[in-house]
Design a binder for this molecule. Structure first.
Ligand code: HEM
Length: 532
């Protein structure tokens, strides 16, 4: 090897070596490797004089410190992560040609990051908030990122609402107060966008504060597509079921725990060998069944506020995930991790769900901003494939692996290798025709079916009591009564009993129902007067 090759493999090229280094293995140096006798010394003009600009050691130290922070994630900023493995237990090759599902025992390394949504990176990780559940599976055919939540549905089904909704979860532009102190924007948004009711019922119920990250399920929520070797395809919902079971913490109790409760719980469990596991399961549906589901039950598979009935579409297990290794460096292995729903290996494809489609754009876009154009080169993000990946992306800031001397264009002199197409896109894709339309969804009676089942059948008496208290507590910090009257009307569409109990708990009389209401965020398909 050349002396340069020797240098890079000994030193910078070896992330694992860096990761395992102990203090006694290293010699204290400046960033350019010059040994220094003590880190606290500074060069001055005499013992009482000003500092010297020539003191590279001090400037090196402070200027790097000045640049330590990268922007925190715009959502899901508070999080915890660990490494582990996925193992395929029940092959799915009849439905999906992804290599990772092809055979029993097929494995891949993975990294998982859990998070809350609205709070900053220093906020409480027992907040009443959905939990993020992101998985990076390093399969032999490239990385597959499952960027999921602990709830099977979401607050919205029209993608342009997302920044608006998130802003209502963040601090007020003037007072800088969060919604725990002033919930006006929180209820204003929800009372103008009733399709949020299903997710709101889950959020305000017991599942709104899971007991750490080990005792919760994960759901992609979006419909994706699985394609097999014959180019036949099915729609799919992905579930990650906690093999530890489900536990929750009540609103009152959550105040008694440290802000890093979930982080500590996960780290300590893994440290003592109590490795958490999840069973990975799929629901699948043929395109014909999807059409029937819409015709008969008015459930649209591209609508993220609805779930697929499990009796009609039972879950099928494909594998297990285990977290068995703590990170050695939080920043390098969790903060710099970039999960992206558009990372999918061959055999797995997006559906036409418009919220999912917009996420396919949003994540890599924010990663380029948050981490930089070459974020895929960072060890935690880099693929570990069965072949050496290569392409024609070059340069940019921090281009560490810049693909050597290989031509940076499609050269005929030094041709790159290609793999044959494994999926015939023409056959495997749905066919869409239509004129361009500006679309905004509308509220329908079916939007209240699943929330009503939650209230009437899934919650027991204790859960209903806690639910009413949680909602009333959140309403108590909203001074705008008109907003709350609207929100109670939305709860009345779920159950009149629920609305009455909220009226009692809050002392506010809600409207009769939504038939006479107009919404700034959605069409009202349940309006008496169709102009509303
Ligand atoms: C994080 C956008 C909906 C789950 C993020 C981030 C953005 C974003 C910009 C920060 C990513 C980063 O800095 O690395 C959006 C948009 C959405 C949307 C535009 C809708 C239009 C959803 C939904 C889910 C979800 C429906 C769950 C099903 C997550 C998770 C993270 C995240 C788990 C944290 C990723 C991590 O651990 O690094 N989202 N999101 N998001 N989002 Fe979304």
């Amino acid at each position: 090897a050349t002396s340069f090759a020797q240098h890079t493999s000994d030193h910078y090229g070896n992330y694992e070596k860096d990761r395992q280094t102990k203090s006694q293995d290293v010699l204290y140096t400046t960033s350019n490797g010059v040994p220094m006798p003590h880190p606290y010394e500074a060069q001055r003009m005499g013992e009482n004089g000003p500092l010297l600009l020539q003191d590279f050691h001090l400037i090196d130290l402070i200027s790097h410190f000045d640049r330590e922070r990268i922007p925190e994630r715009v959502v899901h900023a508070k999080g915890s992560g660990a490494h582990g493995e996925f193992v395929c237990t029940d092959p799915l090759d009849d439905l999906c040609s992804a290599d990772i599902f092809s055979a029993k025992g097929k494995k891949c390394p993975l990294t998982i990051r859990f998070s809350t949504v609205g709070g900053e990176s220093g906020s409480h990780d027992l907040a009443r908030d959905p939990r993020g559940f992101s998985v990076k599976m390093r399969t032999d055919e490239g990385n597959w990122d499952i960027v999921a939540n602990n709830t099977p549905v979401f607050f919205l089904r029209d993608p342009a609402k997302f920044p608006h909704f998130i802003h209502t979860q963040k601090r007020d532009p003037q007072t800088h107060l969060s919604h725990s102190d002033d919930s006006t924007a929180f209820w204003d948004y929800l009372s103008q966008n009733p399709e949020s009711i299903h997710q709101l019922m889950i959020l305000m119920g017991d599942r709104g504060i899971p007991d750490g990250y080990r005792f919760m399920h994960g759901y992609l929520g979006h419909t994706i597509k699985l394609i097999n070797k014959n180019n036949d395809w099915v729609y799919c919902q992905l579930h990650m079921k906690s093999m530890q079971g489900i536990k929750f913490i009540t609103q009152e109790d959550s105040a008694n725990y440290s802000p890093d409760y979930s982080q500590k719980d996960l780290f300590e469990a893994i440290e003592k060998g109590d490795y958490p596991r999840w069973s990975v399961e799929v629901q699948t549906m043929t395109p014909k069944e999807a059409e029937e589901l819409w015709e008969k039950q008015k459930i649209n598979v591209f609508d993220l506020t609805h779930v697929w009935p499990q009796k009609q579409f039972p879950r099928r297990k494909v594998g297990e995930m285990i977290l068995n290794e703590n990170v050695r460096n939080y920043f390098a292995e969790v903060e710099q991790a970039a999960f992206n729903p558009s990372h999918m290996p061959p055999g797995i494809e997006p559906s036409a769900d418009p919220v999912f489609q917009s996420r396919l754009f949003s994540y890599p876009d924010t990663h380029r901003h948050r981490i930089g154009a070459n974020y895929q080169q960072l060890p935690v993000n880099a693929p570990r494939t069965g072949y050496m990946p290569g392409n024609f992306q070059r340069d940019g800031q921090m281009a560490f692996f810049n693909q050597g001397a290989r031509p940076s264009y499609l050269s005929s002199i030094e041709p790159i290798r290609f793999r044959e197409r494994t999926i015939d896109l023409d056959k495997a894709h749905s066919h869409f025709t239509g004129n361009a339309v500006s679309f905004l969804s509308e509220i329908r009676p079916e939007d209240f079916n699943a929330p009503r089942t939650l209230w009437e059948k899934v919650f027991d008496d204790g859960a209903r009591e806690r639910f009413v208290n949680n909602v009333a507590g959140k309403m108590a910090v909203c001074p705008n009564k008109e907003i709350l009257k609207r929100q109670i009307a939305i709860f009345r569409e779920v159950s009149d009993e629920l609305a009455k109990r909220l009226e009692k708990a809050t002392g506010i009389e809600g409207y009769e129902g939504i038939a006479t209401m107009q919404f700034n965020g959605t069409h009202n398909g349940m309006a008496k007067d169709q102009k509303l």
